[in-house]
Design a protein around this ligand. Sequence first.
Ligand SMILES: [Mg+2]
Length: 162
Amino acid sequence: MPHRPLLFLDVDGPLIPYAVGEGRPSPGYAPLRLGGARRWLNPRHGAALLALPYRPVWATTWEHDANEVLAPLLGLPELPVVEWPDGAPAYGRTHFKTAVLLDYAAGRPFAWVDDEITDGDRDFTAEHHAAPALLHRVDPALGLGADDFAALARWAGRLTRD
Ligand SMILES: [Mg+2]
């Protein structure tokens, strides 16, 4: 598919659910020790992400560490990385990432998976980005799950049919 949308991937929240507490995240996650702390990760997420009709891009404060540390654990190849400028400004009610991601997308369709997306980011994107965009919030207590993958697949499918 020549025009795959970008898929901006946050790490803490979607891929590493951090608000799990005493419960469990979505099915398929396993605990592991990472950076001296216990984290949850689903080792099948790499394959599941690559099966989606997108071009995945790291959009995380892990920046290049996502390729070094996480990609091998998830079974992902090295992915492009969005780098955050020092003191990336937030406009009004937007996340500091939002304007940077719009710049990176440069008019291309994208989906963005993050636990910190708000309506402020959706409004800003609708106003400043002419191409289709899906801002998909993931619950940091659950992490990415089957419903999220289904929603991403559905959205990309609609995009290519239009
Ligand atoms: Mg996050």
